[in-house]
Design a protein around this ligand. Sequence first.
Ligand code: ARG
Length: 468
Amino acid sequence: MTAKRARVKPWSGRFSMPTDANVERFTESVSFDQRLYHHDIMGSIAHVRMLARVRVLSRQESRRIIKGLQMIEKRIAAGRFNWQTRLEDVHMNIETALVEAIGEVGKKVHTGRSRNDQVATDLRLYLRDEIDSVTHLLVALMTALVAVAGREAATIMPGFTHMQAAQPVTFGHHMLAWYEMLKRDQQRLADCRKRVNILPLGAAALAGTSFPIDRNYTAKLLGFAGVAENSLDAVSDRDFAIEFCAAAALIMLHLSRFAEELVLWLSPQFGFIDIGDAWCTGSSIMPQKKNPDIPELVRGKTGRVYGDLLALLTLMKAQPLAYNRDNQEDKQALFDAIDTVKACLTVFTGMIPAVEVKAEVLHKAALKGYATATDLADYLVRKGVSFRDAHAVVGAVVKYAIDQNKDLPALSLRELRRFSRKIGADVHPYLELTGSVQARDHIGGTAPARVRQAVRSAQRYLKALRKQ
Ligand code: ARG
């Protein structure tokens, strides 16, 4: 029994004692790295095809191995595969199953390769696909936001600084601010993907292999854009995974900020929006409550993804070259970041069309807080007053309006002229919200016409992305 157990490990030749059961449990990764099975098999098939091409394996050997691997993949996909902890990880589970299925020739799959370059390859193949899925979800959210922006291009709301109404903006403009952030996130992922898309296979354990391998051929088969140029680096660094987690952390940061606004806006104190019942939950004790649980959970989950990033940064920081077992710990953090960001993007995108914009409430809120005071100052500047002096005049006007309990547009020309003789009969449109937003008519400005233009340009951008 003892001897049999010891022989189960592909590396057991040098060992005379079986692995302690606690060690087996402690060192295994198959419970979580089995999700790499498809990419592991894909990598093995490409490796074997390359070995046949350089005549390290015969055509027949390679064909038998590939058929065996394909059969195993089907079994795993169908849930008919028996994952074994004592076989440590996804790689050894599949290799063992291969030998069981096709006999001795199966052992040749590992020629000129090590689990070190194998796992680095699997992870890159897997992450490349996941980057594409996350990008897809991001694009869906961006599309949903652009639709709202187009619909609400002329809807006026208060824009805030220091959480106080500052100047009127359009709701569409506000939505496009989130769009811009997500666009940078999408571009960051595209950039990260370039560095993920490099083949480590061929680095073997750390020093390369003495077989006459053709790494460019393997890279081509797997769709990698290039080959890792240094074997020590190829098997050890996980900076590509860290980069992804950093990009994911920024996506979460943006979603979390957005979520924070939705929570505030849904509160009765603001009442700026409603969110469809299907996307909210109730309270088990307070019957009147309708809670924004999705934004709150997204905000909460942001911390997890930051944690994943920090875990990977810390995992890497003290590792000497080349591969160390520490790196097995890269997976759960990476997987968690991927799963979390995908789940958050999915619910967020679903929720956006259920957000009902309360245009009247927004308009009233924009009137509060003397949001067109800057417009009055700009008006005076156009009449030749310096901005500093104009600022002082308008300050006095606002103080007066507060005392009178009036909004700026409600002040009569006579009242206004008490503060400056430069104020003329043409002033009132400048004090109105519509005039204020329309005046900000330049690239990046909040004028409805500009927002519509930005919406069109965003639609073109998204269309081009979808075609890629
Ligand atoms: N499960 C291991 C990992 O995830 C695979 C590589 C193992 N290599 C080794 N030398 N023990 O990193």
